[in-house]
Design a protein around this ligand. Structure first.
Ligand SMILES: [Zn+2]
Ligand SMILES: [Zn+2]
Length: 323
């Protein structure tokens, strides 16, 4: 079985839209199982993936029968009934073909972003030449890593999506799988990249702590192209925020969530930037206008299907240095 779309609307096996509901730990019901064929398409998340609290309140409206919750304690937003592990594996199996590399324009826009982000990184780190090896966690087809190879860095990648892994393997030293304890990396790195990763994983803290462990002293962790929950678009548009994609973005962190995993440890934050102006996604006047229109609609109680524009703060880039 393969998934051909980037959005999953209904049962992965028989396409039926009718789900059986299951209770979460607080007794609230969420759709999980296909009524027609019994396939378990969704799982229930009972505890906040960041702070483990079971208390939450609803966040935004449901999207394709995915419900979102805001943790009452730490205010992380997470999907209450994300794709089941099996469904998620199917979803990522052909991620490169079906989602990531599907549209030419997106690929071009992203390659511009790679250059901008690399330039930013070079402007922040003390001596880019001292970086000998680079690990990109969730490297996709290894396209961001390609740039580092041009600077004669030794390039390593971790990837869980099979087709992406096979593309990257032709160019970089690759590890196949999730970035967890089973992945036996017997190496330390000068730079670890997580570009568009932490919002995809069940346990973002574990990913970050694992990276911290295998980072050399004076090395850098570069977390980039990650949605920031604490941005204007998320506040106004909620589930119509362009970064709210429940199949893949199973949680939304804010910059504070990420900071607090670093700052009480042996790390210094050396960079924080939100790419928007001069990116291929920017259309400043139009974007402002769309936001103003949405606020007006909400004031008047008019329902809207508009998706948020690209804007300041939608995505963040953070750089931490190990002391
Ligand atoms: Zn079914
Ligand atoms: Zn929480």
């Amino acid at each position: 079985m393969q998934i051909k779309k980037k959005q999953v609307n209904g049962c992965l096996n028989c396409n039926s839209k009718v789900f059986i509901f299951e209770k979460d730990i607080l007794g609230k019901k969420y759709p999980t199982k296909c009524r027609r064929c019994g396939t378990k398409n969704r799982r229930i998340v009972n505890y906040c993936p960041y702070c483990n609290s079971k208390k939450y309140f609803p966040w935004g409206n449901k999207v394709r029968d995915f419900y979102s919750a805001e943790c009452s304690k730490c205010h992380l937003v997470y999907i209450k009934n994300p794709l089941s592990t099996e469904a998620q594996n199917l979803y990522y199996k052909n991620y490169a073909t079906n989602v990531h590399q599907k549209r030419n324009i997106k690929v071009k826009q992203r390659s511009i972003m790679y250059k901008q982000e690399l330039n930013y990184l070079k402007s922040v780190v003390e001596n880019f030449n001292n970086i000998k090896n680079v690990l990109d966690v969730g490297c996709g087809g290894g396209f961001f890593l390609d740039l580092f190879k041009k600077y004669n860095k030794k390039t390593y990648g971790v990837e869980v999506s099979e087709d992406s892994y096979l593309i990257a393997k032709k160019k970089h030293k690759m590890y196949y799988g999730n970035f967890d304890d089973n992945l036996n990396l017997k190496k330390k790195f000068d730079l670890i990249i997580m570009r568009g990763v932490v919002e995809h994983v069940e346990n973002p803290k574990k990913y970050i702590f694992n990276a911290q462990k295998i980072l050399k002293k004076e090395g850098y962790i570069f977390i980039s192209a990650t949605p920031d929950l604490n941005c204007v678009s998320a506040k106004i548009f909620k589930e119509r925020w362009t970064q709210h994609r429940p199949e893949s973005h199973i949680l939304h962190l804010s910059e504070n969530h990420i900071d607090s995993l670093f700052l009480n440890k042996k790390f210094t934050k050396v960079g924080s930037h939100s790419f928007y102006l001069k990116t291929p996604y920017e259309n400043f006047e139009k974007d402002i206008n769309e936001i103003v229109l949405e606020i007006k609609r909400q004031r008047k109680g008019i329902k809207s299907k508009s998706i948020s524009p690209a804007f300041f703060g939608n995505m963040i880039t953070l750089i931490y240095k190990k002391r």
